[in-house]
Design a protein around this ligand. Structure first.
Ligand SMILES: [Zn+2]
Length: 380
């Protein structure tokens, strides 16, 4: 049985059945001969796998019109993206984001709800309602739903499906069964930074090793090694937020002083604009000098952490989270700051990139858990 953390994207891409499926998905439509030729597979192998895919409803196989010459056109196989979908829930301090994601990883529907988190039965009921609402909003056939991925801040034991340390939003000890009490579908609880990191790697087939920094109201991260989320022996691999940045510095919510989180969480910026991060960046763009100075200090701290990550992992560093989606415009400034710290005269342009997924990375990532599981089960 594959699990989220051991899921190896490359293996899935390399199975013949998946290669055939993804080939049809990319082309939109293909014939048996095309597939066999381009993927260098035998006709019986292709035919056997196509039959399986058609039986599952994943592709349509139909013969096109009769040629004028009397000969018949070959059977064309086409892709059916929404035969199955997954739902993702991003449960955070001040919002609930829900998404419906198809088998291509496309977001079919996105709903953002401003809602403060609270540890109560009423709130859990609200999560159930949120799922029902998004299903109804697109008249989704419940039989198509693979499952509902639920992402939350806090350390999550993916084996026990339980939050083991949830101080960001008071969810310590909550189990997936408890959280999904009002959600009548298969569910899976996922650490939010792992979800967004996974969503980003899903979108980038060329990236096999990377470190994803999630700059949200708290700071997290995830490490992708050889196409798998690396969890280490504990539950906190990639927790860049609690790497010490300033000895005896600002008090962090974890109880320690000087953590990176205290200097680079999104609230460090949004607290200057009534909690509105978009407004912070709008004013920054207008040339607000005070905010300009705050942003510059923020980037200085961020550059230290990025250089540390680069030294530890030597891989691409992706900037995500609420701040990551705004960073593109200031990327060259940040890259310069990081380059200056390199002991090997490396130019950060080579490895420091903003996230591709600008919206709903967390919700999409936890929905992709079920899409991935589906493709895993589909392997020969
Ligand atoms: Zn800390």
């Amino acid at each position: 049985m594959q699990t989220w953390v051991n899921m190896n994207i490359t293996d899935i891409k390399l199975s013949n059945r998946n290669r055939i499926y993804f080939y049809i998905r990319d082309k939109g439509m293909a014939t048996t001969k095309d597939i066999a030729y381009d993927l260098k597979l035998s006709l019986p192998t292709v035919t056997q796998n196509l039959e399986f895919l058609a039986d599952q409803g994943l592709i349509n196989s139909e013969q096109k019109v009769v040629k004028k010459s009397g000969g018949r056109h070959p059977i064309a196989h086409s892709y059916v993206p929404d035969v199955k979908v997954a739902i993702g829930l991003d449960v955070a301090k001040h919002h609930i984001i829900s998404t419906i994601v198809d088998l291509s990883g496309n977001v079919v529907k996105y709903v953002h709800k401003r809602q403060d988190y609270e540890r109560s039965d009423a709130y859990l009921r609200l999560l159930g309602q949120t799922v029902e609402e998004i299903i109804e909003s697109v008249n989704l056939d419940p039989n198509k739903i693979l499952g509902v991925g639920i992402a939350m801040p806090g350390l999550v034991s993916h084996e026990e499906d339980r939050v083991v340390d949830g101080r960001v939003i008071d969810n310590t000890g909550m189990t997936c069964a408890e959280i999904s009490k009002y959600i009548p579908y298969p569910t899976k609880l996922i650490h939010d930074s792992y979800a967004s990191g996974f969503s980003e790697s899903w979108m980038s087939s060329d990236i096999h090793n990377s470190f994803y920094i999630s700059l949200c109201d708290s700071v997290g991260g995830s490490v992708l090694v050889n196409d798998s989320i690396f969890m280490g022996d504990g539950l906190y691999s990639g927790e860049i937020g609690h790497v010490n940045l300033v000895p005896d510095g600002k008090l962090c919510y974890c109880g320690q002083k000087g953590c990176f989180d205290s200097y680079c969480n999104a609230e460090v910026l949004s607290s200057h604009t009534d909690g509105n991060l978009d407004l912070f960046f709008a004013r920054l763009k207008e040339g607000d000098e005070t905010l300009g100075k705050i942003w510059d200090v923020y980037l200085d701290h961020l550059a230290v952490a990025i250089n540390d990550i680069r030294m530890l992992f030597g891989c691409r560093v992706i900037l995500g989270g609420y701040v990551g989606v705004h960073v593109e415009e200031y990327l060259s400034t940040l890259q310069e700051k990081v380059s200056l710290k390199s002991p090997f005269s490396e130019n950060a342009k080579e490895f420091l990139v903003p996230c591709k997924k600008k919206k709903s990375a967390v919700a999409t990532g936890c929905a992709l858990y079920f899409v991935d599981e589906f493709f895993g089960d589909m392997q020969e």
